[in-house]
Ligand binder design. Structure first.
Ligand SMILES: Cc1ncc(COP(=O)(O)O)c(C=O)c1O
Length: 399
C-alpha cells in the first residue's frame, strides 16, 4: 500500500463519533446537529427543475473540460461578482468545472506538487482537513500557520519563516475561513501574491464560503480580484476554488469549479483526464442555471442573517461569542472543546464539533483546543432551540 495513506488522520466526524460513543442524551429532547457544515436550506426549485429537465444527458459521456456554456456562465459570474476586468477570465483556458471543491483541492495538490523537491504545502490551522491529506498523498509535508488574533482570525503570513516559503509549493488560503469566519482583505491577498512571486509558489484560494456574508454592500474580496487590482490580469500563480454547495444550498449536486492561471489549469486538465471524473451533463446544465442567478443567493444569505440575529443574543447571555465576518459558523471560546461537546450532547442532545478536531497540535499548542464550531445550518427554529439549550447547559454549569 502507499505508505502515505497511513498518515491520513481520522476525519473530524469519526473522532466525534468516538467522543460521543456511549453517551445517553435525554430521550425527550429531539437531537439537533450543528457539527457538519452541510447546508440544509431548500435547494432552489429552478436548479432541481433544470436537473430534471436534462436527465437524458446521462446517456452520454461528459467531457472533463465541461461544456463551453457552463464555463462561460462561470466566467461571467466571476467577472460580475469580483468586478474583474471584462474579458480577463477566458472561459476556454481559465475555468474548469469540478465535482465539488473537495476533490478538486485534493487533486490540484497532486497535479502541482513536485515531490522530489522536499515540498511544503502551507495551510491554516485550524483548517479544512483535505489540505493536509492532499499534502501527504502528494509526497509533501504540511506546514501549519495558526489562525491568529487568538485563533479566530486568519494566519499571519509574515510570521512564516523565509526557509518555509522557499520550500513552499502551494499556499492554501481559506477566506471566508472555515471555521473562524474571518475574511481576507485585498491587501492580505496581495501580500500573499507578493510572497508567491518572490518565492515561486502557487496560491490555492478556497473561496467556497465567499457567498455567505451579511452586508450586501460588502461582499468578501477574492484572490482574482486582488490580483486584478494589482495589475495581474492573467492571474499567474492564482487558482480559486468555488462551489455551489454553500452558495446555492446544493451540497449533493457536487458542483464547483477552479479558475485562474491558464498554464496551471492546462496541466490540471491533463491530470484530470486521467484522474477525476467529468461532471455529468444534467449537473452541468443545472449548474448553469445556478451560476446565472444571484437572487436565490441573496435569499439564502437573508436566512443565515436572520439565524445569526436570533441565536447570538441567546448565546451571549452566557458566553462571549462573535458574529463571524462571513460563513455560517460560530467559533466561540469555551473552556475545553471536547468536554463541552460531550456534556452538551449528554445533557441537551445538541451536537457541535470540538475545535481541536479540525486543528493540529503544534509546539505552541492546539489552536482549536478551547473552541467549538457551531454550524448554523439547521432550520431557524432548530437553531433557536439549540441556542436555548446551549444557554441552559452553560448557565447550569456556571450556576
Ligand atoms: C473550507 C471548505 N472547502 C471546501 C469544502 C468542500 O465543499 P464542496 O466539495 O461541497 O464544494 C468545504 C465543505 O465543507 C469546506 O468547508
Amino acid at each position: 500500500m502507499n505508505p502515505a495513506l497511513a498518515r491520513l488522520q481520522p476525519y473530524p466526524f469519526e473522532r466525534l463519533r468516538t467522543l460521543l460513543a456511549g453517551a445517553q442524551p435525554p430521550a425527550q429532547l429531539p437531537p439537533i446537529t450543528l457539527h457538519i457544515g452541510e447546508p440544509k436550506h431548500k435547494p432552489p426549485a429552478f436548479v432541481l427543475d433544470a436537473l430534471a429537465r436534462n436527465m437524458d444527458g446521462f446517456g452520454s459521456y461528459p467531457l472533463t473540460a465541461g461544456i463551453p456554456q457552463l464555463r462561460t456562465s462561470i466566467a461571467n459570474w466571476l467577472t460580475r461578482r469580483f468586478r474583474l476586468p471584462a474579458g480577463s477570465v477566458s472561459p476556454d483556458t481559465m475555468v474548469l468545472p469540478v465535482n465539488g471543491t473537495r476533490e478538486a483541492l485534493f487533486a490540484f495538490a497532486q497535479a502541482v506538487t513536485d515531490p522530489t523537491a522536499q515540498p511544503l504545502l502551507v495551510m491554516p490551522n485550524p483548517f479544512y482537513q483535505i489540505y493536509e491529506g492532499a499534502a501527504f498523498l502528494a509526497g509533501a509535508e504540511p506546514y501549519f500557520m495558526a489562525n491568529d488574533r487568538e485563533h479566530a482570525g486568519l494566519p499571519d503570513l509574515d510570521r512564516v519563516p523565509a526557509d518555509v516559503w522557499k520550500r513552499c509549493q502551494i499556499l492554501f488560503l481559506c477566506s471566508p475561513s472555515n471555521p473562524t469566519g474571518a475574511v481576507a482583505s485585498i491587501e492580505y491577498l496581495q501580500r500573499a501574491l507578493e510572497l508567491a512571486e518572490r518565492h515561486d509558489f502557487v496560491i490555492a484560494a478556497d473561496e467556497c464560503y465567499s457567498e455567505i456574508y451579511f452586508d450586501e454592500a460588502q461582499p468578501p474580496a477574492g484572490l482574482l480580484e486582488a490580483a486584478a487590482a494589482a495589475g495581474h490580469t492573467s492571474y499567474e500563480r492564482c487558482i480559486v476554488f468555488h462551489s455551489l454547495s454553500k452558495r446555492s444550498s446544493v451540497p449533493g449536486l457536487r458542483s464547483g469549479f477552479v479558475a485562474g492561471d491558464a498554464k496551471l489549469l492546462q496541466s490540471f486538465l491533463l491530470y484530470r483526464t486521467y484522474h477525476g471524473s467529468a461532471m455529468p451533463m444534467p449537473t452541468q446544465l443545472a449548474s448553469i442555471a445556478a451560476w446565472d442567478d444571484d437572487a436565490h443567493v441573496v435569499e439564502n444569505r437573508t436566512l443565515y442573517r436572520q439565524k445569526f440575529a436570533s441565536v447570538l443574543p441567546i448565546l451571549r447571555e452566557v458566553m462571549p461569542v462573535d458574529m463571524p465576518e462571513a460563513s455560517f459558523y460560530l467559533w466561540p471560546r469555551v473552556d475545553d472543546g471536547e468536554r463541552f461537546t460531550r456534556q452538551l450532547f449528554e445533557r441537551q442532545h445538541v451536537t457541535v464539533l470540538p475545535g481541536s478536531y479540525i486543528a493540529r497540535d503544534t509546539p505552541e499548542g492546539n489552536p482549536g483546543r478551547d473552541r467549538v464550531r457551531i454550524s448554523l445550518v439547521a432550520t431557524a427554529p432548530e437553531c433557536v432551540e439549540a441556542a436555548n439549550r446551549i444557554r441552559d447547559y452553560v448557565s447550569r454549569r456556571l450556576g
